[in-house]
Structures are given as C-alpha cells and as structure tokens.
Design a protein around this ligand. Structure first.
Ligand code: GRG
Length: 287
C-alpha cells in the first residue's frame, strides 16, 4: 500500500492534534497514543484515493480521511476493553486501557468519536458537501453500520451462525466504514451519480474482502506482523469465513470480490489505478 499516502495522513493527523485546543493532558496523551499506533491507515488512504480518482486534490478530502481514522481508532480502543474483546495488544503495543486505564480508554474513544465529526463539520468545503460527509460517516459508523455490526457480533457469540448471518455481521461491523471511506472520497470531490455508483460497488466488495482476509489472517497470520493476539476466533467459537468455508474457498471468495471491485472502477478510468492496487493489497496483505 502507498507508504507516502500513509505518511501524509500521519503528518496531517499530528498537525491537526497540535492545532486543536487541548483536553486535559492525560486524555490528550491517550488520544495521541491511540492514533499514533502503527496502523495501516486503510480507511483514510481509500478516501484520498477515491477523491483523486474523482478528480479532486487530496487536500480537499483530508478532513474526511482524518475523521475516518479517528472513528476507526475509537472502535479499536473500545473493542479492546474488558467488556468487549478484552485484548492487551493492539498495533504491536499495549492497548489503551493497559497503557492508561479503563476510564481513560473509554473517554479517549468518546473524544475520538466526537472529534471526527468536529473535523468534518469544520472542513473547508461547501456546506452541502460537509453535511453529506457527516451523514455518510454517521451511517457507516452508527447503529445501522459499525456499532450495529459489533452488537450483532456480540449477540452471535456461542450461537450457530450461517454464511448469510456472518455476511450480515461483516457487512456492518467492518464493511460499512470501509464503504463510507470510499464514498466520502467521492463526496468530498463532488462526484456525479455514475462515479458514486461505481465507488459504491467497489467499496462494498472491498469491505467484505478485507474482513475475509482478516478472518484468514486470524488463522494463518503471525502475531508479530499483525500486532495483535490471533487465533481468538476459533478459541471463542466465533463464526468466520475459514470456519464456514475452509481456507481455500475463503481465499477464492476474497479474490473474486477483488476482481468485482476492480471491474466496478471502469467508469473512473485510469485515475482509479491506485484504488485497484489497494483492492489487491487488501487480499495479499500479511498484516
Ligand atoms: C466497539 C463500536 C465498536 C466497534 C468495534 C472495528 C470493530 C468494531 C472491532 C475491532 C475488531 C475487529 C476484528 C474488527 C474487524 C475490523 C478490523 C479488521 C479491524 C482492524 O482494522 P485494521 O486491520 O487495523 O485496518 P489497523 O490497526 O491497521 O488500523
């Protein structure tokens, strides 16, 4: 994946954090700690690439990209809490509640969630685009999207879940925010209907492929490379693609989704090359 885009996102994030009036210092340190962990920055990079594929500069889409990484990071901080997944390792470092404490981790997640919307609402974009971005992110992250998916996932624990149930969980928990990332790039660029439709098909396929690969890596990946504890899915009896389909069929399914995603980029022309590469990276990645 594009290391230079990832670095650009990290630089912009640092400058945004230092420009905002600070919260109490312990909370600020926890927020920085969470954001500065070496994540892949897939969501902001998808957003910036989608914006460029629709003919606008990365600068115009940067607030949306940063807001997406904030929402994603908050979800990881909360997901790692003892009341949820109870993890002590994330992005190769102690989770926020281990490095700080549980109350600070909850507040850091809350602060990231609200800051994301502050950043979007104050972006230097026409008012209708700002409103559309806020709506898109709220839908992707909220109860019909990521939060709803997390709730379904928790409810499914210890129950038999078939492929369509699993699809419903994945589409919300992981897919909804990835789809929002792609569409927000288009919205920041003021893309027309045809381009938005193309991005939507691409975003859905890539979102699901990403989660299938995550399930595969939970079985085959290295904890060092992934920076988190693995093999938890099987240990907790969680439904996964490899669990339901086996590894080989899961890999084929992920590759077919990538082909579908790349094909959907047709209307965007050559400018969508980086999005096609990113789709391939998503299933080839080892972390
Ligand atoms: C707690 C509201 C709430 C939601 C949690 C995202 C999530 C929902 C839980 C995290 C656990 C998990 C395995 C989610 C599936 C999505 C996923 C693979 C997240 C990890 O994303 P990466 O690989 O992480 O992009 P980095 O660290 O690279 O940013």
């Amino acid at each position: 994946m594009s290391a230079s885009l990832r670095r650009e996102v990290d630089m912009e994030m640092r400058s945004l954090l230092s420009s905002r009036r600070g919260p109490p210092s312990r909370l600020k340190r926890a927020v920085r700690y969470a954001l500065e962990g070496p994540g892949k920055r897939v969501r902001p990079v998808l957003c910036l690439m989608a914006a460029e594929a629709c003919g606008t500069s990365r600068r115009r889409a940067m607030p949306a990209a940063l807001a997406l990484e904030m929402i994603h990071t908050y979800s990881l901080v909360h997901d790692d809490l003892p009341a949820m997944d109870d993890d002590d390792l994330r992005r190769g470092r102690p989770t926020v509640h281990k490095a700080f404490d549980e109350a600070t981790a909850i507040l850091a997640g809350d602060a990231l969630l609200t800051l994301a919307f502050e950043v979007l609402a104050s972006a230097a974009l026409p008012a209708e685009r700002r409103a559309a971005l806020v709506l898109e992110l709220a839908r992707g992250a909220g109860w019909a999207g990521m939060v709803g998916g997390q709730a379904l996932d928790l409810e499914a624990e210890g129950r038999r879940v078939g492929l369509s149930g699993l699809l419903g969980i994945h589409r919300r928990k992981t897919g909804a925010l990835l789809l929002a990332a792609v569409r927000m790039g288009g919205i920041a660029a003021g893309a027309d209907r045809r381009r938005m439709d193309a991005l939507t098909v691409y975003g859905r396929a890539v979102g699901l492929a990403f989660q299938i690969q995550d399930d595969i890596l939970d079985v085959t990946g290295s904890e060092k490379a992934m920076g988190k504890r693995l093999r938890k899915d099987a240990a907790s009896g969680k439904a996964t693609y490899p669990g339901l389909l086996g590894l080989e069929r899961s890999r084929r399914r992920a590759r077919a989704l990538v082909d579908e995603a790349v094909k959907a980029l047709g209307p965007l022309g050559a400018k969508a090359g980086p999005l096609a590469d990113l789709a391939r990276y998503i299933v080839d990645r080892e972390r």
